[in-house]
Design a protein around this ligand. Structure first.
Ligand code: ADP
Ligand code: MG
Length: 213
């Protein structure tokens, strides 16, 4: 479950805070975060994901208010509860698929689990790419590795930032189906930020950041 109340965020060196509307998404449900470029979608995902800390208001994941956690506790919380699919995939291109995935539990302070890596790769149709370097994959395959990494630690929340913006219709359809399926399999709450109109009818719970004219 994600809950946002009275949230605003101000970047250093800017004159105005970005204000966000209140919303919550019950555990296991899916939400679409809509809004034109610059409306604050990435900022909001980064606050919910514990990557930006100096906000005012309350953001809770499950029943934990993020600003009640120390920086170290937040790092651990993020690693265990949150799977992030970034706008750029943030994979390490010189490393293999397997090594990129192994970093995820390592960074969260969890024990290595080779069987879990195999399981997730199989569920995303990527078994045969396990020993390939990211630089050897197509864009769509790398996107699937990014999704694999996001779900590896069995997060309760999956946050995806513009996961389909660079994709053609066929791959767009694949990725959104994959994301919703994977979230459903894990009982995870899914929040997808996008300005991609193709996703509008795929997730019924919508949070629109675009202010009315
Ligand atoms: P979106 O993802 O919807 O395109 P962003 O969250 O990236 O929107 O940006 C929201 C606003 O915050 C924009 O006006 C953007 O210029 C500003 N912004 C984003 N990142 C920074 C930053 N690091 N420093 C200052 N302003 C920023
Ligand atoms: Mg953005």
């Amino acid at each position: 479950m994600i809950s946002v109340r009275n949230l605003s965020y101000q970047y250093d060196g800017t004159s105005r805070a970005i204000q966000f509307q209140d919303f919550s998404i019950p555990q296991g449900e899916h939400g679409l975060l809509l809004g034109e470029s610059g409306s604050g979608k990435t900022t909001l995902l980064h606050v919910i994901g514990g990557l930006l800390r100096k906000y005012s208001g309350t953001v809770s994941i499950q029943d934990t208010a993020l600003n009640a956690l120390s920086e170290a506790a937040l790092d651990g919380f993020r690693g265990r509860h949150i799977g992030f699919i970034f706008q750029r995939n943030h994979l390490i291109s010189a490393l293999t698929v397997e090594k990129n995935l192994a970093l995820s539990p390592y960074l969260a302070g969890l024990p290595p689990d080779a069987a879990r890596i195999d399981q997730v790769l199989a569920s995303l149709g990527l078994q045969e790419k396990k020993k390939s370097r990211i630089s050897e994959l197509s864009h769509g395959q790398a996107q699937r590795v990014a999704i694999a990494r996001a779900v590896l630690n069995k997060p309760s929340i999956i946050l995806a930032d513009e996961p389909t913006s660079a994709l053609d219709d066929k791959n767009c359809e694949r990725v959104i189906t994959l994301l919703t399926d994977v979230a459903r399999q894990h009982g995870a709450t899914l929040l997808v930020a996008t300005h991609d109109q193709r996703l509008k009818d795929r997730i019924s719970n919508r949070i629109d950041l675009t202010t009315a004219p």
